[in-house]
Design a protein around this ligand. Sequence first.
Ligand SMILES: [Zn+2]
Length: 406
Amino acid sequence: MLQPSLLRSLPEIPSPVLTVYLGTDRAESDNRKLTPGYMTWLRSQASALAGTVAPKEKKLFLEQLARVEEHLRAHRPRERGFVIFAGPNTWEMVSLQLKVRNEVSWGRPALSQLLWLMDEHRACAIVVVIRKGARFYLYWLGELVELEEKEFGGDISEWKKKDLGKFERTGTRTLPGIHKPRGSQHDVFDHRMDAQYQHFYREIAEGIQLHWPDKESQRAVFLVGLEHMANGVLEELPVAFRERVVPVREDLGWGWISRAQLQKRMEPKIEEWERKREIALVDALLGSERGAVLGIDESLVRLQQGTARSLVVENDLESGLHRCEKCGWLDRVAGPPCTVCGGKRQAASLREELPELARRFRTSIEIVAGEAARKLHEAGGMGAWLRQIEILPVPQETDRGAVLRE
Ligand SMILES: [Zn+2]
């Protein structure tokens, strides 16, 4: 999994560096060939790129390319894609369990696609609660990582017996030799277990807040378990935090399921939740009469003016842009010169510029897929929520009626 420390260090990689993104998914028949499709692609693109490299860097470029090719021959990738940054003193490889677009470049580390993927696939948390404990997972960029396990501190053996006793009572199962507490002894037992479980739920709730305190970077916490257990944890969370929790009611019984099984079970649920959230987001944007703008041009202007609070972007959106060499202004206005400073401009691409541009202006990006992307596409593929709703002039006594009618 991509480590935050590595992510922070990537922009510091000294130039020039060879950046190679490759989609290596073996589900694609081309990639199962003796010479996989991505290798063929890399060779042809790299030889075209070599023609554009400055003569004094050519040797360095060819060395790094040979290094990458050698690595790919020696370790045939098993992940769906990856990115490598290779330079004289640099070797960083990030595996990605996601669809990756092939891309090769020389010069500054090319981070745009990685940032784009991060904006498209925000991390979410999964907490599994079963009778004997809880496990905390982070799901990010197609990978599931276990962070912590908390054991239930109560006396499970007694609890188990009681639970099995229930079967006895209902007559669905006969379990000889199991002692079943009765009468007042039973009530005391219930009380004690309730208190122990409440303590356990509180611990889980504290764990959730400790692991995922940051609302911006963590999208949601999926709480998987029996309904009464999930509710027990929910009740121990602050009200404001509960909005981020998505209960997934499932009886996983007494035992843990494997990480792979959990991922397989949770992925469609996360996907479904995400698609619904995105549709709601796009509907709100499209339905907004104020405080938002639509379309690439207007959104880019607002972003560079620093007035866009967050962007909503269709996942496959592509557009050619022009970037001013002097002031850096980006737009789609045809031909030179720059509309802001009159400077000379060069061709740029929206996909490459947007992730870094948004970070520079501290604007969050929501990249939407599926039905939400289709809806947004019809409205220009992109929109922005503005930082401040325009302040209305202070109403005068005489025109208060007009303001109220608004
Ligand atoms: Zn300019």
